[in-house]
Design a protein around this ligand. Structure first.
Ligand code: HEC
Ligand code: HEC
Length: 280
């Protein structure tokens, strides 16, 4: 009995001790996740043109596991001024420069907090494994789109390509200049210059929610997936680059009886399709 007590003491201690840091870790994630979320956004805006995390090399190296293969002090110096390290003859920086075809990464002026949030993001992505950490596509700037993304946005807008959740094509209610001979619907405002007017900051949440009396009813149950939000934003950003002057959009908004009847007919179609789909 005595030996059992003696042996039991350390045993209990052994099980308790690891629990304490574990509890501390459980309490911490909210702050950590927040930093990582900011890092993800920063990455999308400032680094993703040249880097991926877990999706292979682009103009620069894949940053998956970068904190494991380099030390943090070196990374901090590198990100701040890759050129300075290269010019100082740093062997790793020189090797990277050679491997990436002599393309020099531009210096990044980041605050300590920003750099910490990026590192938190890299850590989280590395834990999730390769491909587990695609930053939210909707966060990429509309003006950074590729021609393919813009083309896809146009197809989604005009209904050539159906929306994932079965939402109505935007063309039913919105026109965009250059959309085709017949043009789009006129129940909603013309969106040719919507991106110029609303900006990245306004357009991103607008597409994520599609609110308003008309759109809210239509898309509440059929929201756009993030890739669709991005493609549509890219298309609208591209449309608003059209150098000519905006037409008086509102003229189209207050339309005549004919248009209204047509639009109501259209909504009727939209609202009946889901149930009809069930029968087919
Ligand atoms: C214009 C393209 C470009 C942008 C933007 C860019 N990088 Fe780079 N990055 C590169 C290239 C190219 C290299 C390879 C080294 C070189 O040639 O300068 C590199 C290398 C790196 C490395 C070293 C990777 C390794 O394997 O050691 C890190 C870390 C890095 N970049 C982080 C960032 C971060 C963080 C950002 C955004 C804040 C960023 N980069 C933005 C092009 C870019
Ligand atoms: C049933 C008609 C209808 C459909 C379909 C529709 N919209 Fe709208 N949309 C409207 C109306 C009407 C407005 C004006 C605000 C309001 O009353 O909701 C609007 C407003 C907007 C605005 C804000 C424009 C501004 O200048 O403030 C954006 C952006 C927008 N729609 C994008 C879309 C996209 C993208 C789609 C397709 C996924 C879409 N809409 C589909 C009717 C529609």
């Amino acid at each position: 009995m005595r030996t059992r007590v003696l042996g039991g003491w350390p045993r209990q201690e052994r099980t308790l001790v690891p629990i304490i840091p574990l509890l501390a870790m459980l309490a911490a994630p909210s702050a950590l996740a927040q930093a990582s979320g900011q890092g993800a956004q920063l990455f999308t805006q400032r680094c993703a043109t040249c880097h991926s995390v877990g999706e292979g090399d682009r103009i620069g190296p894949d940053l998956h596991g970068v904190l494991e293969r380099r030390d943090e002090a070196w990374l901090t110096r590198f990100i701040k001024s890759p050129g300075a390290l290269i010019d100082a003859g740093d062997p790793v920086a020189g090797e990277l420069l050679a491997k990436f075809n002599g393309v020099r990464m531009p210096d990044q002026s980041l605050s300590d907090a920003e750099r910490a949030s990026l590192f938190a993001f890299f850590r989280e992505c590395t834990q999730k494994g390769k491909g587990g950490c695609k930053p939210s596509p909707a966060e990429k700037m509309g003006t950074d789109a590729t021609p393919e993304e813009i083309a896809r946005g146009r197809r989604l807008f005009d209904g050539t390509e159906p929306l994932t959740h079965g939402g109505a094509a935007c063309i039913g209610c919105h026109d965009v200049r250059g959309l085709g001979i017949a043009g789009g619907g006129t129940l909603g405002p013309n969106l040719t210059f919507a991106f110029a007017r609303m900006g990245e900051k306004g357009m991103r949440p607008a597409l994520a929610k599609l609110e308003g009396p008309m759109m809210g009813a239509l898309y509440a149950k059929a929201p756009l997936v993030e890739e669709e939000q991005y493609a549509l934003k890219a298309y609208l950003a591209d449309a608003s680059r059209d150098g000519s002057r905006p037409r008086a959009d509102r003229d189209f908004f207050y339309l005549g009886v004919v248009g209204l009847v047509a639009a109501l007919g259209f909504i009727g179609v939209v609202f009946t399709t889901p149930s009809e789909r069930g029968h087919s």
